[in-house]
Ligand binder design. Structure first.
Ligand code: HEC
Length: 261
């Protein structure tokens, strides 16, 4: 009894601690910059396949997703094994059952970039979730004070170069000191923000680039929880079972109570 009372007393304190911890983490993650909603959809196989392709082409040179195997990705995304090995695995010594390692030495990478590129298998579950990741990929902007000439809105002073620059073009921050979240009271449009410099456009239009950033985010959100689709399906089975069980439970109850009056 004593024990129970004590835990009850502790509960508000624990709750307070946890909420303080999480709120500070959340602010640290976003830096206060408004995040755009990604609305990831793990059932959209075409988007996931494109995301895997972009990831292998533009990200895997530096980042591993080493808690994931090529085979699993191929099976989940409906990619035949031979096509996966031929077009999406650039390490020719790798086998389909291997973990998605990469060959970059973390110590050397630290010298080159100031920070080692972290593993990205779970990245969509840390920081601000998929929305953060989606916003991160879309908010690199020109900043001559940085070693690679770019900075990022949700990851200030990031050590990663803007590897998608040739696709997006050079973005300029036209906000100055204005609040990036501010909106025109009449039209509801954002007052200022990032926009691609018309003189230095990329090979994609802003809409195509957003779609690509979405596909990449979708793929990394899938990587962080490959069971997601099965989990949802299981939920449906459980409901079906409960519905069926209810019928039998009801019939049984009628049977038991029919003589009791
Ligand atoms: C040239 C190497 C390189 C490439 C290619 C690269 N990155 Fe990075 N990335 C880095 C480095 C270095 C960091 C660490 C930055 C830091 O901590 O300041 C990083 C950090 C990140 C982070 C932040 C992770 C965290 O939580 O700290 C994300 C997300 C990310 N990269 C995504 C990507 C994606 C998606 C691609 C492909 C479009 C990509 N990166 C391509 C080098 C690279």
């Amino acid at each position: 009894m004593k024990r129970i009372i004590r835990t009850n007393k502790m509960a508000p304190a624990m709750l307070f601690l946890v909420s303080v911890l999480f709120s500070s983490l959340a602010t640290a993650a976003g830096g206060g910059y408004p995040l755009d909603e990604a609305n990831v959809d793990s059932s959209d196989k075409a988007s996931l396949q494109r995301g895997a392709k972009y990831f292998q082409n533009y990200c895997a040179g530096c980042h591993a997703t080493q808690y994931q195997r090529y085979e699993r990705v191929a099976d989940d995304l409906g990619i035949p094994h031979d096509l996966m090995m031929e077009h999406l695995v650039f390490d020719k010594s790798a086998k389909i059952g291997d973990l998605m390692h990469n060959s970059m030495d973390p110590d050397e990478a630290k010298v080159w970039f100031g920070a080692a590129p972290p593993d990205l298998t779970l990245v969509s579950r840390v920081r601000g979730g998929p929305d953060w990741l989606y916003t991160y990929l879309r908010t690199f902007y020109e900043d001559p004070s940085r070693p690679y000439g770019v900075n990022n809105k949700v990851f200030p002073d990031v050590g990663m170069p803007h590897v998608l620059l040739e696709l997006q073009g050079v973005q300029i921050d036209n906000c100055g000191d204005a609040d990036p979240a501010a909106r025109d009271p009449l039209s509801g449009d954002k007052i200022c923000g990032l926009s691609v410099d018309p003189q230095r456009k990329g090979s994609m239009t802003p809409a195509q680039y957003d779609q690509m950033a979405y596909d990449l985010t979708n793929f990394l959100a899938y990587s962080a929880e490959p069971m997601q689709e099965q989990r949802k399906l299981l939920g449906i089975y459980v409901y079906l079972f409960l519905a069926l069980f209810f019928v039998f439970a009801y019939l049984l109850k009628r049977e038991f109570w029919k003589d009791v009056h």
